[in-house]
Each structure stands twice: as C-alpha cells, then as structure tokens.
Design a protein around this ligand. Structure first.
Ligand code: CP
Ligand code: NVA
Length: 307
C-alpha cells in the first residue's frame, strides 16, 4: 500500500481536483447520514488519534465520524504515551502502524506531523499543528457552499492573528480559487512562505493592517483567537488586536449577506462580540457540525488509496 498511500497533511499537498471531490463527497455523506443511510465502508478499520494539545471538536468529530463510517477509534493523549517520555515520533509511527489502519495527530511543530507521516505505513491526517489546520478549512468550505453556493470567485476576509487556521485558508484560496484579504496588526503576520505559496499557485491574497479595508465587500468574514494554543509567548496586548475585533460595526462593511466564521473555541468579547457570533451572519455551529462530514470524506479518501 505504501506507494499509493494517501496522507492528509495539508491542502497544498493535495490536488485541487481531489479536494473538490472530497468536498462534494462530504456533502453527499452529510445528506445520506441525515437521511439515515450514511455509508459504512470502514467496518473493521481502526483510527488512532494522538492529541498533544487540547481539543473538543476534533476529538469528538473524528471519533463519531469514524464510528459512523463503521470503524473504531483509539484515543491517545501525548502526555500519557511513551511519546511524552521521549520515545521518538518515528518509532511511535512504526508501532502504531502495526496496530491501526490510520493515524490522526494534533501536535505542536509541523515537523512532528511530517516525521510521523514519513515513518508511518498507514495514512496520517493532520488534526492541527502550530502551522496549519486543513480539516477545519474543509469544514468551513463545506459550510460556505451550503449557504452560498460555489466558493470560487468569492471574497473572504480574515482579521486578527496570522495563525495556523489562516495558513490553511490561504492554501484553500489557491486550491478553490477564492480571493482572500487579510488584516493583522504589526507582529502578527502569517508566515510569508504560506502567502508566497498561495500567490504562486494562483490565489489573490491581499495583506493590510486595516481591518475595514479587508472586510469591505467580503462574502465571508473569518477570525480566530488572538492567542493560539502553545503560542502564548507570541501573545500581544489586547489593545493591539482590538481594531481587528469582529463586531457589528466591522461586519457592516462586509456584504449584507456575508457569513461570519470562526473555527471555535471563541473568546467572546475578544476577537468577536456576542452580537456577531450569535447574530444573523454567524454560521459557527454549522462549521462545527461540518467537521464531522468533511472529515468522513477525508478519511474515506485516505482509505480509498490503491483501491
Ligand atoms: N476548531 C477546532 O479544531 O476545535 P477543537 O480545538 O475543539 O478541536
Ligand atoms: N488557532 C487556534 C485554533 C484552535 C482550533 C489554535 O491553534 O489554538
């Protein structure tokens, strides 16, 4: 299986047509699941999940998603594994590959994900690293298209910290051909290599320090926490971020039918106000729900390799 093995590590590592198929499949799986006849192709398959950071949505949606597909999961916490006592990630990958059929990992440095995938002989899925969060963005695009139709040619705006979720959103802008305007305070820029890759792959990305400029005319406004997990050393004063808060005044610059998205967990009163996250533009709980269906499509894609 090794030479045809499919890892889901980043949107940049999967072709646009495969991602498109995955998204369409997610939509079909969701419809079938809601109608009570979701596909169960993974009878007898086991997904191991390693968490080296906290999680609510990723943990539950992968667990339930795998069960809905007919498979099972093993939940592992980094600190309770020998991994937490310095067994190497490569040795861990080789051992787990003897027991399970796929591995999902939420970890710190992106290099740990890549090292795991390198050494594993089963598919590896990125459940968030310091650098990217591709499963989240697949769920977000599923959500956008459910509400507004094809995402190609639409305008997304990101305001706040240039973090892992934004990096994956930039990759998606290239893969799915939507425009992305980013506003961030000084010192919180996304990593330039992600901007460069997205632009080199056809995305229209603008970067500014002006949140109003970024949000003006947007079809979708997206934000996230000002301090990501494990990034506390990068924390800036809240005053630095306040001009980037998504409140009703800022949302008024977007299109009247604009959606508001947030991967959650939200820090209400910081990056977003209650009025926006609980308001008519917000689809944050649809996004959370769609993690389940988007990830089932991702898992199926991984397991479909070589078949
Ligand atoms: N959005 C997201 O990944 O949430 P969790 O951290 O709860 O998994
Ligand atoms: N940027 C956030 C996303 C949480 C799902 C973090 O990494 O903490």
């Amino acid at each position: 299986m090794a030479d045809t093995m499919r890892h889901f590590l980043d949107l940049s590592a999967v072709s646009a047509s495969e991602l498109r198929q995955m998204l369409d499949s997610a939509r079909e799986i969701k419809t079938a699941t809601k109608a009570g006849h979701g596909p169960r192709p993974l009878e007898g398959k086991v997904l191991a999940m390693i968490f080296e950071k906290p999680s609510t949505r990723t943990r539950v949606s992968f667990d339930v998603g795998m069960r809905q597909l007919g498979g099972e999961t093993v939940m592992l916490t980094g600190a309770e594994m020998q991994l937490g006592r310095s067994e190497t990630i490569a040795d861990t990958a080789k051992v787990l590959s003897r027991y399970v059929d796929a591995i999902m990992i939420r970890t710190t440095e992106h290099a740990r994900l890549l090292e795991l995938a390198d050494a594993a002989t089963v598919p590896v899925i990125n459940g968030l690293t310091d650098d990217t969060h591709p499963c989240q963005i697949m769920a977000d695009l599923l959500t956008f298209e459910e509400h507004r139709g094809p995402v190609a040619g639409k305008r997304f705006a990101w305001t706040g910290d240039g973090n892992n979720v934004l990096h994956s959103l930039m990759e998606a802008a290239a893969r799915f051909r939507f425009d992305l305007a980013i506003a961030h305070p000084e010192g919180s820029a996304p990593e330039q290599k992600y901007v460069d890759w997205a632009r080199a792959n056809g995305a229209s990305i603008t970067v500014t320090s002006d949140a109003v400029e970024a949000v003006t005319g947007a079809d979708c406004v997206v934000t996230d926490t000002w301090v990501s997990m494990g990034q506390e050393h990068r924390a800036r004063g809240h005053n630095v971020f306040l001009p980037y808060q998504v409140n009703e005044k800022l949302m008024a610059h977007a299109r009247p039918d604009a959606l508001f998205m947030h991967c959650l967990p939200a820090h209400r009163g910081e990056e977003v106000t209650d009025a926006v996250i609980d308001g008519p533009h917000s689809v944050v709980f649809d996004e959370a729900e769609n993690r389940l269906h988007a990830q089932k499509a991702i898992i199926n894609w991984c397991f479909a390799a070589g078949h």
